[in-house]
Design a protein around this ligand. Structure first.
Ligand code: PLP
Length: 414
């Protein structure tokens, strides 16, 4: 580890961070809450809650169309969020940032706008076996509706992608590769830059599902050179119902609108409509203005800590957890990638993941159990479901110790 990382880690003060999250300071079933369901959604710091309430308390008005002070403040706050997102993921311009309701809507937007314009019967979209349903179902819908073919890059037994299969899977019909940056089940960080380079050699576009990566590590869309990238605010200490689609400007220019309505037009006559410029042609109707204020607050919050620091603290915490989990009798962990995020999926022999989740809940510990919206992955792993712990910036090493202690108790209990 170089000195600058050590210096930065020393300023990562988890106890101070915890004070910003009032929700953590409570008892659940008479036990202190230990929240390990961060892959599903993260908790929100006071700064984000205040950013949202300050919009409603001081600036509530609709955006873009008002000629009064409150409308100007609302518009400024909303567009300020776009500026922050642009710089947060190092996008080349604010015109390439479209606000959506979340990752799911962002991917549906690409499928329905870009997909319907450029894909025809027999064209192939290549996914991976570790995709979340939100990066499978939109393509299945297109398969049903226009006859595209959906293919999957398989995974190796360690939970990494089998990239050797790429040459066989890519054909002249492949038009898009849509891949998760960080698996919400296995934790695997995929080598997306390599995949993008390979795809671009054959003029294939690449969409990155960054729902799990943007909250957890520095993400640079220019360095990655992805064509599309999608993420959700609620997984990065921001509010629900707010998300982002980044796309290269020239691609967005050529894409038709997905939703029609107010805000996204340049003019409407009885004969027809014409569209507003980028990114507004993709933002029909009143947007999630409070969500934008909240996302701004979230980006400020994360940037103040530093995404490098966040990644490095969480990597240490996750490896500490995995090491200890491996010593619990009957433990099976799914995914052993070296390069990983903090989602750790596992099963304890003889215990149904739902039973385990309930047992832990009775002990104040929130985890997730089930298929994690990744049924094709469950099939590849040969299981119906798993338990999953996922850590974030406010989780402590002591919490991990309690979690491990309760896992051991569960093996005795069942
Ligand atoms: N992709 C991944 C990898 C996810 O983990 C999730 C949510 O868990 C999604 C997509 C969907 O995100 P949202 O429900 O915010 O649209």
């Amino acid at each position: 580890m170089n000195t600058s990382v050590i210096e930065k880690e020393s300023i990562f003060d988890v106890e101070k961070i915890r004070q910003d999250f009032p929700i953590l300071d409570q008892q659940v079933h008479n036990k202190p809450l230990i929240y390990l369901d961060n892959g599903a959604t993260t908790q929100k710091p006071t700064q984000v809650i205040e950013a949202i309430s300050s919009y409603y308390l001081n600036s509530n008005a609709n955006v873009h169309r008002g000629l009064h002070e409150l409308a100007e403040r609302a518009t400024e706050g909303y567009e300020n969020c776009r500026k922050k997102v642009t710089s947060f993921i190092n996008a080349p311009s604010e015109r390439s940032i479209v606000f959506t309701r979340g990752t799911t809507e962002s991917i549906n937007l690409v499928a329905n706008s870009w997909g319907r314009k450029y894909l025809k019967e027999g064209d192939e979209v290549l996914l991976t076996e570790m995709e979340h349903h939100s990066n499978i179902v939109p393509w299945h819908l297109l398969a049903e509706q226009i006859g595209i073919v959906v293919k999957f890059i398989p995974i190796n037994s360690d939970g990494t992608l089998d990239l050797d299969s790429l040459d066989e899977l890519i054909s002249t019909k492949t038009k898009l590769i849509s891949v998760t940056h960080m698996s919400n089940v296995l934790g695997t960080i995929n080598p997306v830059k390599k995949i993008i380079e390979r795809a671009h050699q054959q003029n294939i576009k690449v969409l990155i599902d960054a729902a799990q990566s943007v909250p957890n590590m520095p993400v640079d869309v220019q360095n990655m050179d992805c064509d599309f990238l999608a993420f959700s605010s609620h997984k990065m200490v921001g509010p629900t119902g707010m998300g982002v689609l980044f796309a290269k400007e020239d691609i967005l220019e050529e894409m038709p609108p997905f939703f029609g309505g107010g805000e996204m037009i340049s003019s409407v006559t009885k004969a027809g409509s014409s569209w507003a410029g980028l990114p507004y042609k993709f933002e029909a109707g009143t947007p999630n203005i409070a969500g934008a204020f909240g996302l701004s607050g979230a980006i400020d919050y994360l940037e103040k800590i530093g995404m490098d620091n966040i990644q490095s603290y969480k990597t240490r915490l996750t490896h500490y957890a995995i090491d200890a989990m491996q010593r619990v009798p009957g433990m099976q962990i799914y995914g052993k990638a070296r390069d990983r995020g903090s989602a750790v999926s596992f099963n304890l022999e003889g215990i149904h993941p739902f039973d385990l989740a309930q047992f832990l809940d009775q002990n104040g510990i929130a985890i997730r159990a089930g298929h994690h919206c990744a049924q094709p992955l469950m099939e590849s792993l040969g299981v119906n479901g798993t338990a999953r712990a996922s850590f974030y910036i406010y989780n402590t090493f002591q919490e991990v110790d309690i979690f491990i202690e309760k896992l051991k108790k569960a093996t005795d209990f069942f």
